[in-house]
Design a protein around this ligand. Structure first.
Ligand SMILES: Nc1ncnc2c1ncn2[C@@H]1O[C@H](COP(=O)(O)OP(=O)(O)OP(=O)(O)O)[C@@H](O)[C@H]1O
Ligand SMILES: Cc1ncsc1CCO
Ligand SMILES: [Mg+2]
Length: 267
């Protein structure tokens, strides 16, 4: 029950003081991720240009970087923003979308990892490949179960001194020592594009709220998605209505309901 209470408390604190989160995400995710952040109670800003990304990171409470639709220009902005966040002592979250697919992405992720993300959030195929394992991912879509990525996540967390979250049917989060599984969500979630990217932004909002406790902050963000996703899934007719019902469920969720409904298990 302690983890559920912590998640509820962090959610309440985040909503009471909406953090400014700089989200460098992809063209597909930008709109849905901003709406997810607003519904959850955070304050997102999609700022990526190389001319201003670093300056903006210095005034943001957290930064999130997602390489979904990477270009050379965007990569310059990402690297300078991550450097700036580090210098300012702010947490930052990496979403290594399909990093295994091309040499350009692999190089970009290696450069970003050198800048020590606070949290890495990916699907199972991304996390397995990032730890050096053989994954079956196809483009941005996972083709591996979360259970197979758990050991990779623990290795990555130890190697990079960060929190690693793997999402899928049951999510997994670890800091290399402790670990939790978060149950919930809906099979409709992977049918709607960019919900994982949106979750990465929400992890940014939670680590902004609890920068000294990225493990519990990440678990809380995963629990918010698990509870809202499960609620939306029970009433949705398909991916279209799931999309708006999920936003409504997020907006209606509060700290008490999260504490009562979150299923965060020791792993
Ligand atoms: N089959 C499933 N059942 C329940 N929840 C799921 C399922 N698949 C994914 N989710 C949930 O969907 C959310 C997004 O996770 P997912 O692993 O699909 O991210 P992703 O592959 O990075 O997505 P994208 O790249 O489209 O943004 C998480 O909250 C996760 O728990
Ligand atoms: C579909 C898609 N293509 C690049 S990024 C993205 C969003 C899901 O990761
Ligand atoms: Mg993804």
């Amino acid at each position: 029950m302690q983890d559920q209470t912590t998640a509820g408390t962090l959610f309440g604190a985040m909503r009471a003081n909406p953090p400014l989160v700089q989200c460098i995400t992809n063209f597909v995710a930008m709109n849905i991720a901003a709406n997810v952040m607003l519904a959850a109670g955070a304050s997102p800003a999609m700022v990526h240009a190389e001319e201003e990304a670093a300056e903006f990171a210095a005034i943001s409470a957290a930064l999130t970087i997602n390489i979904g639709t990477l270009s050379a220009e965007w990569l310059v902005g990402m690297l300078s923003a991550a450097q700036s966040a580090r210098q300012a002592g702010r947490p930052w979250v990496l979403d290594p979308v399909a990093h295994y697919a091309t040499a350009f992405r692999r190089r970009a992720v290696a450069q970003l990892l050198d800048l020590q993300p606070t949290v890495i959030r990916g699907n199972a195929s991304e996390i397995i490949a990032l730890a050096g394992g053989i994954s079956h991912g196809q483009g941005v879509d996972s083709r591996d179960p979360v259970e197979l990525a758990e050991q990779s996540a623990r290795q990555l967390a130890e190697r990079h001194g960060c929190v690693v979250a793997v999402t899928g049917v049951t999510d997994f989060v670890t800091d290399g020592h402790k670990a939790r599984r978060i149950e919930g969500g809906s099979p409709l979630m992977p049918q709607v594009t960019a919900l994982g990217c949106s979750l990465t932004c929400l992890v940014g909002a939670f680590v902004a709220t609890a920068p000294d406790n990225p493990f519990d902050a990440t678990a809380a963000a995963l629990a918010v998605f698990a509870v809202a996703g499960e609620q939306a899934g029970t009433v949705a007719d398909g991916p279209g209505s799931f999309s708006w019902r999920f936003l409504d469920a997020l907006a209606a969720l509060d700290a008490e309901a999260l504490t009562a409904k979150a299923r965060i298990m020791l792993a």
